[in-house]
Design a protein around this ligand. Structure first.
Ligand code: ADP
Ligand code: MG
Length: 692
């Protein structure tokens, strides 16, 4: 990992970077020397080995791009409708081949003469007569020049900052960057054991390898280092938590669970009973609970949360439940009040859009301890909210909160038990790394009586039919959502909620009551629209993904998702969880541009309702970076590794971390100093150090 010295060298200070290219680098996210050193090529053009005509002829596979060396025997130049075509025939020791340049104004016209020695690289066509190379790169060699090809690094680039330019800057500044590269986080013994080259050598190999194998090993080394630091951070946090013994050990009993069940209008599912058991036994320890409750929408997480609140209350502790949006928070309130009031658990609600007097009163009752459960948004985090005895912090859709927010809620108690909840099923592999210090409970079973949402994918051309279907459904007394990716018309070309609303309300469905909700409305306005939907005063709600999580309108039973191709599978699954919450049969119509691959992708959703399976498929399709960036938004900041792709390597790194902590639990060994420093300073591990 680069030292902080490198991060202090702005990209503009490097040789070969002028004021203009400084900005172009910044556009690529490269602001300083550390960024540049860590910006590895994503592939290399291998110019090392020329292939002979004979070898090319005898090969069975299509070799793709090849390098060839030869002496020019003839040159033919033509102009065809504004195009220049240059055909050069050349000869090596084993036969002849053709090299062809086609282009508007390639500067190769008039360049070649009989007898010259040339090197060419490009895609090869193997014709019966002779192989033809469609030249991408070439070089004219001197008579006595020895051909020495290299591995040419190809960097992620932009139109105005081509890879070639980036490579040149890296080359010119590599010694300086390596000098500031900082200490290796992988302890020497471990690096040796794994056969890793020294860090500096690995950096050099990543940017200027002498063969593909060297580059591969280098990349693997840095991915390993990154995984290693991450796994180490998680283990340290877990160990620290296990050592702390400062949480309240709460007493539960089978009688309490029986009381709870008796107060419910239905029996708990097995999955709910198991999750409650896991949570209660965590809360019975004096080590603070740190558990993630995962369950598809509708799997009944609210009840499980209620059981945790019940246990805290019966032991004299207050609870807090924080949700990322006003809509979610108020829904939690509406669902929990009828569950908890019969159990004499009083609830207060705190949100930013509340009248000041109301909020003050709520905060007062939280501070006095009269309120046993405080439900709210970020507003719960304000300083004026104080608890008398906060023993349980529940964080809904935890990935939507920053690390500091979660920590701030917990800081309102002394070592409270923490329950994280999410309706976004997280693939097992990702959960193990992103949330390595969390224990997991899964609700993998739906309450009885819920019918799966019937899902169809239809091509854009049949969009009108989807709206006709909406109309028919409303005629039968249902309500519908129409989801669009963008709020307003923008350059992305995505369907916009505002435009769709105008289209539907103005003409297509003008006989129905159409509403609109999106993220740019004030919380109060949003809440007002949702209230009208809930009251049945709106038939069709056009929305962006603000309705994504947790919105619960049982009478809504049709969802149309426009531009479904713009969403990940996991997110689409989330969205369709908004319907199918009542007794009526429900439907989800995914509208997508005509595209075969897209149709295949969406078929995963039309065929399955299992959120965990869909999440795995999504991860496999998109890689964990993407997955984390969008659907799960835990913002995976891994640079070199990808948990999905490199899971085996991650497991090895985790084992290595375990072994080191077993002998040096506090990383006091001087050989672990760089590692300790990295755990304290890198953004990812800083996040990890406090994310639990
Ligand atoms: P989630 O928060 O996981 O999306 P909820 O807790 O809102 O799910 O529950 C969804 C619906 O299922 C609610 O209407 C709830 O009353 C109902 N429900 C929850 N648990 C059960 C159960 N064990 N049996 C029947 N219905 C249940
Ligand atoms: Mg819920």
């Amino acid at each position: 990992m680069p030292g902080s010295a490198l991060a202090a060298i702005a990209i503009g200070e490097l040789v070969g970077v002028g004021p203009k290219s400084r900005l172009l680098f910044a556009d690529l996210g490269i602001e300083n020397a550390a960024d540049l050193l860590d910006d590895f090529p994503f592939r290399y053009d291998d110019l090392r080995e020329p292939i002979s005509v004979q070898a090319l002829r005898s090969g069975t596979q299509n070799p793709g791009e090849v390098n060839m060396l030869g002496r020019v025997v003839s040159v033919q130049e033509r102009r065809v409708r504004g195009l220049e075509i240059v055909d050069v025939r050349a000869q090596d020791e084993t036969g002849t081949f053709a090299a062809r340049w086609i282009g508007r104004r390639r500067f190769v016209y008039g360049r070649f003469r009989e007898g010259m020695r040339i090197f060419v690289r490009g895609r090869v066509e193997r014709t019966l007569a002779e192989p033809i190379v469609n030249v991408a790169q070439y070089r004219i060699l001197g008579e006595s020049e020895q051909y020495r090809g290299e591995m040419v690094p190809i960097y992620r680039a932009s139109k105005d900052l081509p890879s070639r330019k980036i490579a040149a800057v890296v080359r010119k500044n590599l010694p300086r960057m390596l000098a500031g590269a900082g200490d290796d986080v992988i302890p020497e013994g471990l690096a040796r054991e794994r056969g890793f080259p020294p860090q500096l050598q690995a950096y050099r190999a990543a940017h200027a390898p002498s063969d593909p194998q060297e580059a591969r090993v280098a990349r693997e080394r840095f991915a390993f280092a990154e995984f290693f630091v991450r796994a180490m951070g998680a283990q340290l946090r877990r160990a620290e938590r296990e050592r702390s013994h400062d949480a309240a050990a709460l007493r539960s009993s089978p009688a309490l669970l029986a009381d709870f069940e008796r107060s419910l209008p239905f029996a708990l599912t097995n999955a709910q009973r198991r999750a409650i058991g896991e949570i209660w036994s965590d809360m019975a320890r004096d080590v603070p609970m740190n558990r993630l409750l995962q369950g598809d929408v509708g799997s009944g997480k609210t009840l499980v949360a209620a059981a945790a609140v019940l246990l805290a209350t019966r032991n004299g502790y207050q609870s807090a439940l924080m949700a990322p949006t006003e809509i979610l928070a108020s829904q939690h309130r509406d669902k929990l009040v009828p569950l908890l009031l019969p159990l004499q658990i009083t609830i207060e609600y705190v949100s930013g859009s509340q009248r000041l007097s109301e909020r003050r009163a709520a905060i007062g009752r939280i501070g006095s301890g009269e309120a046993r459960l405080a439900i709210g948004t970020h507003a719960l985090l304000t300083e004026s909210v104080e608890f008398k005895t906060l023993g349980l912090a529940i964080i809904d859709e935890q990935h939507r909160f920053g690390v500091e927010h979660r920590a701030r809620l917990r800081a309102k108690g002394s070592a409270p038990h923490t329950l994280h909840m999410t309706a976004t099923p997280i693939p097992r592999t990702l959960a193990q790394s992103l949330y390595a210090d969390l224990d997991e409970s899964k609700l993998d079973e739906m309450p009885p009586g819920r019918m799966p949402v019937q899902t169809f994918a239809v091509r854009e051309a049949r969009r009108e039919r989807a709206f006709a279907f909406v109309r028919a459904n409303v005629a039968r007394g249902g309500q519908a959502y129409v989801v669009a990716p963008a709020i307003e018309e923008g350059e992305s070309g995505a369907a916009s909620a505002v435009a769709v609303y105008e289209e539907l309300a103005g003409s297509v469905l003008s006989d129905l009551r159409v509403g609109l909700v999106h993220g740019r409305l004030a919380p109060r306005e949003k809440e007002a629209v949702m209230a009208r939907v809930r009251a049945g005063e709106i038939d069709v709600l056009v929305a962006t993904t603000v309705i994504e999580v947790g919105v619960d309108i049982p009478n809504a039973n049709v969802m149309v998702v426009l531009d479904a191709n713009r969403y990940g599978l996991a997110q689409l699954h989330q969205l369709r969880g908004r319907v199918g919450r009542g007794a009526a049969e429900s439907f989800c119509v995914l509208v997508y541009p005509d595209d075969r691959a897209e149709s295949e992708r969406l078929s995963i959703l039309t065929q399955s309702n299992d959120g965990f399976a869909i999440a795995e498929a999504d991860l496999a399709l998109r890689g964990s970076g993407e997955f984390a960036g969008t659907a799960q938004s835990g913002k995976d900041d891994l640079r070199f590794g990808d948990i999905a792709r490199d899971f085996a390597l991650y497991v090895q790194a985790r084992q290595a971390a375990e072994q080191i902590l077993a002998v040096d639990p506090n990383l006091r060994d001087p050989g672990h100093a760089a590692l300790r420093a990295a755990l304290g300073t890198s953004p990812s591990s800083r996040a990890l150090l406090t994310s639990s």
